[in-house]
Design a protein. Structure first.
Length: 358
């Protein structure tokens, strides 16, 4: 089924089934996902997690951003660009994925709230276990009469998501027992993100030939460009609605637009028949390319133009807090000194009679 775009997207899928390299690619995708989830677990501290649960703003923002705004955005883009079921499933799957580790790195570069960034990533990953299959089921109803959507392996998606809980739990345990090793593991996972994407691009080009990118419709490229950009804007607007300070707005913006492309790639590669994924497998890689480029431009603009002005706002808030704190301390000092006589006051009282006598 499907139109012209669907045929072009699925037409090269047989190459995956015909090449023995597909087996090695599946192993690479699975290992990359495990390393990513292990790194995410190593970034979570139980103390910070407890604080966020007592005031679950990060959890709420992760819920609204990753499982309300982004799936709806993916669905609307698929309708606007009139995608067939093959491309639509790839776009929906990417839109329903939780946040990725790239947002944690970018949050550091824009002086964001790292605790909020990590909690949002971890929360969205855990929520994805239940909400990602639900979102896929809800938004794929428009293409329900097509063979691909009828074969949509929601059970396999849930199984893949469930398998990520083990490395996340192991990472949390490593953070609790061996903090230095956890810091090293976080760095390794961030580097693995870049290395894995490069290897996947090279191997995919080898398996499907140099003309693969030319077979992908222009509408898919347009969505790969627009979707992360719109996600960043939606995240910033969402944080503004919650009246968060500027550094938190930047954090929520990056968290919303950056998706876990390793998870999306793993689901497409490990749960769909090889003859169906074809060029559809390339969408999360294209998304990763453009989300990284756009986030890089965001960081560059902040470093060049917005750094000083953005820092003034949170500092101003801290100054107000410090002033009120100083006033409170002065009032406490006045209260405790009430009815007492200091050394200076005592000496001045002694001087007065002498001056009068003279």
């Amino acid at each position: 089924g499907g139109g012209l775009d669907g045929g072009s997207l699925a037409g090269d899928g047989e190459a995956f089934g015909d090449r023995s390299l597909s087996q090695g690619l599946s192993v690479l995708v699975g290992l990359a996902l495990c390393v990513t989830m292990l790194g995410l677990g190593c970034a979570v501290e139980l103390g910070q997690l407890g604080q966020q649960l007592r005031r679950p703003v990060g959890l709420l923002l992760a819920l609204l951003g990753q499982f309300v705004a982004m799936p709806l955005l993916a669905f609307l883009l698929a309708l606007i660009f009139a995608l067939d079921e093959v491309a639509a499933v790839a776009v929906l799957l990417c839109g329903c994925c939780p946040g990725g580790n790239l947002s944690n790195l970018m949050s550091v570069l824009v002086d964001g709230d790292m605790n909020l960034s990590i909690i949002m990533t971890a929360s969205s990953t855990l929520l994805a276990l239940f909400l990602m299959p639900l979102c896929l089921w809800v938004y794929s109803r428009h293409w329900i009469n097509t063979a691909l959507v009828r074969l949509l392996p929601l059970g396999a998606v849930s199984l893949t998501l469930g398998s990520t809980l083990l490395p996340i739990g192991l990472g949390v345990l490593i953070r609790y027992r061996h903090p230095r090793a956890a810091d090293l593991m976080v760095k390794i996972s961030l580097w693995s993100l870049l290395v894995t994407l490069v290897i996947l691009f090279i191997l995919t080009g080898t398996m499907l030939g140099p003309d693969l990118l030319a077979h992908i419709p222009a509408s898919v490229y347009a969505i790969a460009v627009l979707m992360p950009l719109a996600g960043y804007a939606l995240g910033y607007g969402l944080a503004t609605v919650f009246k968060m300070p500027p550094h938190c707005r930047r954090t929520v913006s990056l968290e919303t637009g950056c998706q876990n492309v390793q998870l999306c790639t793993a689901i497409l590669k490990l749960t769909f028949p090889p003859e169906l994924i074809g060029s559809m497998y390339m969408f999360p890689l294209l998304y990763a390319l453009f989300q990284s480029a756009e986030a890089g431009l965001f960081v560059l603009a902040y470093k060049m133009y917005g750094r000083d002005s953005y820092k003034q706002d949170p500092l101003g808030e801290e100054e107000d807090t410090d002033i009120s704190y100083k006033k409170l301390k002065e009032e406490e000092a006045a209260d405790t000194s009430y009815g007492t006589v200091t050394t200076e006051e005592h000496s001045s009282l002694q001087m007065e009679p002498t001056q009068t006598a003279l």
